[in-house]
Write a protein that binds this ligand. Sequence first.
Ligand code: BGC
Length: 333
Amino acid sequence: MKKTLTVLLVLAMALSFGACKGGESDVKTYKVGVSIYQFDDNFMTLYRNEMANYFKTLETATVKYDVQIMDAANDMATQTEQVETFISQGVDVLVINLVQTSSAESIYNLVQESGIPCVLINREPDAAYIGEKMCYVGADARQSGTYQGEIVTELPNMGDINSDGVISYIMIKGDPENTDAQYRTEFSVKALTDAGCKVKNLFEQTGNWAQSEGQELVATALAQYGNEVEVVFCNNDAMALGAYQSIVAANRTIGTDIYLLGVDALTECCQMVIDGKMTGTVFNDHVKQSHAAVDAAVKFINGQANEKYYWIDYTKVNSVDAAQTVIDIFATK
Ligand code: BGC
């Protein structure tokens, strides 16, 4: 009797151990290699954090994602190395935020040769470099530029503070080779002229998306053009934050003798819109963009096809309600 019991016990243990082992080997971990153009970028920081969070929410008892996010430190050679390493590690999918869209061809060649699917994000390359098992997730920067201009034309004085019939503006631009910078620069002004306004471009310089550069450039422009400056367009909010510091330092008052526009709708900028310290910004929806990028990556992992392009809409943020809505979206993240 005792012997039978022992045999049964050993059998049960062996069975449960087997089941346990079987359970573990049923877990499939997919490797995801992400290269971000630069960690030191407010918008891309929100984007990459949300991407990591969202991958976690998609995990199940049997599916896991090993997501490695690398900082290309704004250096194309570093990014190329990262992509090569990911490929040699045999990742299941790549997500790439190009350092330079003008160098898209070299990344395209590497990726296509490897046969690993790839989701490109945020910096749109030429259509020729979105190849087999590749797609692009972004937002149409023309829309954000148009919204910036419309925020100005919706003001009671249409941005013409000194009533001389002309909107005199300065333009602080992002990285010049980036379509987001090019389109925002072009379409913000186009929205003014489309509304029948006359415009005068006093000053147009590149601030490379960076707060410190935005601050310096706006200080220079205000020193040079003083009260002539009615509208300050910044291609993103980081530069608008810098612009704000220089506007205050020059004893100018937003909403009274100068207007300030950005793009991204960072929380601090939404708060500034609420407090009247910024005329408006445009929500560059990093939540929807990062989710669309992850969804596309997962589809590729599962062997499914993707569209070539996924576009996420921008939203105008020029009222307390609109700003609060975006702050609430951030608060739930
Ligand atoms: C954002 C910028 C950011 C840039 C990075 C743009 O879409 O508006 O804030 O610096 O992407 O590529």
